[in-house]
Every structure is written in C-alpha cells, then in structure tokens.
Design a protein around this ligand. Structure first.
Ligand SMILES: *Cc1c(COP(=O)(O)O)cnc(C)c1O
Length: 419
C-alpha cells in the first residue's frame, strides 16, 4: 500500500506526510506514483487478452504529472473539452488514443479535435452527429465516430453521477440507435466506427455493467448485420473504489462481462476509467487550525475546505479521514466533525467521525482523494487552489504550486468608467 503508518507517522510511499506539509504547506494533494501505475496495470492485466486502449478519464484528475504517469504506461485519454485535449496532448498522450465524450461539444472543439486526429468522437445525439458531419465536410475530412447509447440501466449510484437512465441527458436512446446509426453511415463527414456506453460512476455492483454491456454487444451485432462492421466497442468508465466499506467489482469480473459482451464480434476494446485509476492514489493533507467544543458537537476546523474537496458536500460522500500521527495505543476516540473555514454549513470534510484528540497544528489527511478532488477545486471564498505533490519512493516533487492570490486578483480589472 502507498499510504501507511511507519513508526507512528503516515507516509506517502517512503516520505513522511509531515515533511511534505513542512516543505509545501497545506492544504496539499499528495499522489503516489506507485499506486497510479499499479492501478493502471491492474486494468491492463485483467484485460490482457483483449488488448484494450485504456483511456484515462481526465476529468477525474487532470494534473500534468498524473496524466504523464499514465501516458508513459501507454494510456490513452477520455476527454470532455478542448481544455482536456490540450492537457492530454501536453502530457504526451498521442491523439490517436484520445476519445472525446460529452453532450455539448462545440463546433470549435470539433474542428480542433479533428485537426489533431483523435481516435474517436463519442457522439451523444443526432443533432451533434449532423453538426460534426458538417464540420468535418468543411475540412474535407471524415470524423471517426462512436455512437454513445443510453441503455436505460440504473447504475445504483448517487443521483448526480448516474448517467445511463433514459431520463438522463446522456447518450442516444437504444430504440433510436439503429436509425441514428443509419444516418451516421449516410452522412458524408462521418465514419461510423464504434459504439460506446457509460452508465455512471462509483458503481459497486456488476449487474448494471453486465446489463449495459450485453445491450451494447447486442446492438453491435444488429448493426453489423446491416452495414460495415464496427471496429471498436467502448465500455465507458471504470469500477467503483473503496471509500468506506464498499466492495467494488473486481477487475477480473468486470473484464469477464466485457469478454462476454464482445463474444464473436471481433472488435477492439476501449475503456475509460477515471476514478479507479486515481482515487486511492491521492490524499488531501490539511492542518488543524482550531478545535471547537460545542455543547452538541466537537469540531476540528482545518485549512482544507469544500473549495478544495467538494465530494463530501456535493455527493454526500463519505471519505476516510486519518490523523497523520497515529493515535497512541488506547487513545480515546470520540466523534467530531472535520470542517473547513468556508462560510457555509455544507463546508465539511467528514461528520461524526471517531477521532483521537486533535490539537491546533496537527495534520490530518482525507484518504482516497485522488479522483474528483483537485480537479473539482475552486477559489470560492478567495481561497487559492491547493498545491499538488507527486511522490515516487523517497522523492517528492511539487507538480502544481499553491495558487497565488495576488496573481488571481491581478487578472481582474476595473471597468474603464470606474477609473
Ligand atoms: C466520468 C466519465 C468517465 C469516468 O468514469 P469513472 O467512474 O471515473 O471511471 C468515463 N467516461 C465518461 C463518458 C464519463 O463521463
């Protein structure tokens, strides 16, 4: 494991987190290179016989050092904006391994991605398909397309991150898919090459995956019977991760479901894992500013807040929280809320957690914070974006400095009439 107590001090690989806090301050995200690589390799190994293109979903963590770690392992990228395409290319992911998802791609984004030569556009609606065809035609090109279908499967995950139900904004409804595929085959600027599906994030059971994958495979067989053979199937995001006591599907079961869905199809496989590649490889390191004893509650007010890590309040997510110095043997644990300084009751990292006594200046970490943590950070309350540090063995590197508030202010200006 990459985050362990040694001699009573929590380490990231071989580096004490206290040393990182002393050097780079807090709040700081800390990532383990070894864990990033091992999570990626777990996908490659589970799918070895299918030789998939594993496209890291950049939205989970878009730090250059993190993306480059995967790029060097041979990863592709799943992007949802032109900004993410630029980040992927800058980190060394070849355009030929990039898939572009999302319901709202603009014509400018389509042009840029076509010019770069990405592997495929995951098209989510008929109007998008027509727009993409027009853009491609004007460039004398054909856009490689996967139709993203909505299999109407309940992923059983949080309402804000379930994406595969008919009432969600994502994908082309199964019943309309054959007609949209026929249109794709007829449009001059489109090359229909693949189908894709993504039913949501943080799935902890196999059944929804199996149902969605089977529907995808069946549709591919139907379409192959009526036109040119599909070249790839894209199975979307990865499995859920352990925050508390979840038991996510193991990758061999997940790979088996994919294998079953593609039986007899002779297609390439694309995967788009995000969370499961990065969540457990990152922690958010914070320092206790104040301890407040109320009559109803005990609060540890720390220097990380909902602007740094919004998952607890946005998704009602339970995330592990640990003191950096291991509690003494027999220490008295008692429930407390670990909260940030932001002026909202929703600004908390953990509620009612049994914690050892904490004092001003103590360090804590939020665990499994590598996914949808820093990437969703904001400067709300004029709090600069947190620093990010990458660890490899006994080496550490600051891979994003803490944002500078003076620089943030300097980007803004008065209107001329205010002079
Ligand atoms: C968010 C998303 C992913 C990544 O999902 P994870 O649960 O983080 O693996 C993959 N594909 C698409 C289209 C997404 O929107």
């Amino acid at each position: 494991m990459s985050f362990t107590y040694r001699d009573g001090e929590l380490h990231a690989e071989d580096v004490p987190l206290a040393a990182i806090a002393a050097r780079h301050g807090t709040p700081t995200y800390v990532y383990s290179s070894a864990m990033l690589r091992s999570r990626y390799r777990a996908y490659v190994e589970a799918f070895a016989d299918l030789a998939p293109v594993v496209c890291f979903a950049l939205k989970a963590n878009s730090n250059q050092a993190v993306i480059a770690t995967f790029a060097r392992e041979g990863a592709g990228a799943d992007i949802v904006s032109l900004g993410e395409m630029k980040r992927a290319l800058a980190a060394g992911i070849p355009a030929s391994r990039i898939v572009f998802a999302g319901v709202g791609k603009t014509a400018d984004e389509m042009r840029a991605a076509l010019a770069a030569g990405i592997m495929q556009f995951n098209v989510e609606s008929e109007p998008e398909l027509r727009m993409l065809s027009g853009v491609a035609e004007a460039m004398d090109a054909r856009a490689p397309v996967a139709l993203r279908v909505n299999p109407d499967v309940d992923a059983g995950t949080h309402a804000k991150i379930t994406t595969g139900k008919a009432e969600n904004k994502f994908g082309i409804e199964m019943a309309q898919a054959p007609d949209v595929a026929a249109l794709a085959r007829a449009l001059p600027g489109i090359s229909l090459e693949a189908l894709s599906v993504h039913i949501g994030s943080q799935l902890t059971t196999m059944a929804p995956f199996r149902a969605a994958f089977a529907r995808l495979g069946d549709l591919a067989r139907r379409l192959n019977a009526t036109g040119p053979r599909l070249r790839r199937l894209d199975f979307g995001g990865g499995v859920g991760v352990v925050y508390r006591d979840e038991v996510p599907p193991d990758l061999s079961a997940y790979a088996a479901a994919v294998r079953e869905a593609v039986a007899g199809l002779d297609v390439g496989i694309v995967l788009e894992p995000g969370r499961s590649l990065v969540a457990e490889a990152g922690v958010l390191l914070a320092r206790v500013i104040r301890v407040k004893e109320g009559t109803a509650k005990r609060f540890a007010i720390v220097d990380a807040a909902m602007n740094d890590l919004i998952r607890p309040t946005l998704y009602e997510a339970w995330m592990p929280i640990m003191p950096v110095r291991a509690p003494r043997e027999g220490a008295n644990l008692s429930p407390m809320d670990v909260v940030g300084p932001i002026c909202e009751t929703g600004d908390y990292l953990a509620r009612d957690r049994d914690m050892p006594p904490l004092a001003v200046g103590d360090l804590v970490v939020v665990g499994a914070a590598g996914a949808y943590g820093s990437a969703m950070g904001s400067t709300y309350n004029s709090r600069p974006l947190a620093a990010e540090v990458l660890v490899s063995g006994s080496r550490t590197a600051l891979v994003r400095p803490r944002e500078d508030i003076e620089a943030i202010i300097a980007r803004e200006s008065l209107a001329p009439w205010q002079a």
